[in-house]
Design a protein around this ligand. Structure first.
Ligand SMILES: [Zn+2]
Length: 81
């Protein structure tokens, strides 16, 4: 990634971040996901192979082919101003 597609900033840094995969009403949180992050707007870029692996792991867990590391509860609220 040479520059940010959103803001045009050329400073992108490698880091490991959290990623939430959503499919219909199912969510899965991935920790420690390698990405490049724009130092200006914070947009994150992931490699195609990283997203493929996340997708594969998500469906393995969804179809109970394997257990996730752990499960967490997440409070839900509808935003009302
Ligand atoms: Zn940016």
């Amino acid at each position: 990634m040479a520059k940010c597609n959103f803001c045009g900033n050329k400073n992108l840094v490698f880091k490991n971040a959290e990623y939430i995969y959503k499919h219909e009403e199912h969510f899965m949180l991935f920790e420690n996901v390698p990405c490049e992050e724009c130092t200006f707007c914070g947009e994150r870029y992931y490699e195609a192979k990283t997203l493929k692996k996340i997708e594969r792991d998500f469906f393995d867990v969804l179809h109970q082919k394997r257990q996730p590391l752990k499960k967490i509860e997440m409070p839900v609220e509808i935003y009302a101003a």
